[in-house]
Design a protein around this ligand. Structure first.
Ligand code: ZN
Length: 262
């Protein structure tokens, strides 16, 4: 994808409004990839994020063969249609495109889908126990469903549809003995869901390993905590914090992004 074109005279021509918006959205999505790498979601070149195409052609998906921390801008995404065909962008397409297509197909509210392998959530994905609120992090969610499958990679529409059913009306699902899929109404929302989920799983693994007799808030208390913290203003503040953290570590002096490796 190119962000501008040249007129016959060689001068940049202004792009249509929708293209400018898409460019901005993909720039933000690339930033989310690097933030997620920073927050423990990186696993070599595995993991991918997507953004619903504003013109309905499919979704813009991180290209393969690079890690989340190496996603630097809009050119690191390819446009994939609803049948998995790559119709724009250079670079390869991840084989797990049905994760994205099938969730976006049945959840019109969702704009961003992510599948990653954060270490603590990956370990916790093997647990048959529910996610519990050892800390506030789990109360960003009330329940996180767990999806079981017999494949290592979700590469068919049926497998993607099954994952979408497990996700239900929520924004995160644990994939048994594998990883997580999470999504959001916006790039900041999706990034926060993924980061808070990893924090919650880390807290539970740590708390259970400590072996103490743990106290847990009741369901009504959890719902109250959830209503206080899982709010758009909190996503915004958290997202801005993570972006400042990234900027402190991952930009050159003139503002160009640099790869993040964690
Ligand atoms: Zn995976």
């Amino acid at each position: 994808m190119r962000t501008s074109s040249l007129s016959a005279a060689g001068n940049p021509e202004p792009l249509p409004e929708s293209t400018t918006t898409l460019h901005d959205s993909l720039t933000e999505l690339a930033r989310a990839c690097r933030v997620l790498e920073l927050e423990g979601h990186g696993d070599m070149t595995l993991g991918h994020l997507s953004l619903r195409d504003p013109d309905g052609r499919g979704f813009w998906m991180k290209r393969n063969r690079i890690g989340l921390g190496e996603v630097l801008g809009p050119d690191d995404f390819v446009l994939v249609d609803w049948d998995g065909r790559q119709i724009a962008g250079s670079g390869g397409r991840h084989s797990e495109w049905p994760i994205h297509s099938e969730i976006l197909r049945v959840r019109p509210d969702i704009q961003v889908v992510a599948h990653t392998h954060p270490f603590h959530a990956c370990v916790f994905s093997a647990a048959m126990d529910p996610l519990q609120p050892f800390t506030l992090a789990a109360d960003y969610f009330i329940e996180v469903p767990r999806h079981e499958d017999e494949v290592a990679l979700i590469t068919t529409k049926d497998e993607g549809a099954a994952l979408a059913r497990s996700l239900g009306g929520g924004f995160a699902v644990l994939m048994g003995n594998h990883g997580v899929t999470f999504c959001g109404l916006s790039v900041p929302h999706a990034a926060c869901v993924g980061i808070f989920l990893e924090q919650a799983c880390k807290a539970q693994l740590t708390g259970q390993a400590a072996g103490f007799n743990a106290s847990m808030p009741t369901r009504p208390v959890r719902e109250k905590r959830n209503s206080q913290i899982m709010t758009p203003i909190h996503w915004e503040h958290s997202w801005n914090y993570f972006c400042r953290k990234l900027k402190a570590l991952g930009e050159t002096a003139d503002g160009a992004p640099v790869p993040i490796f964690r």
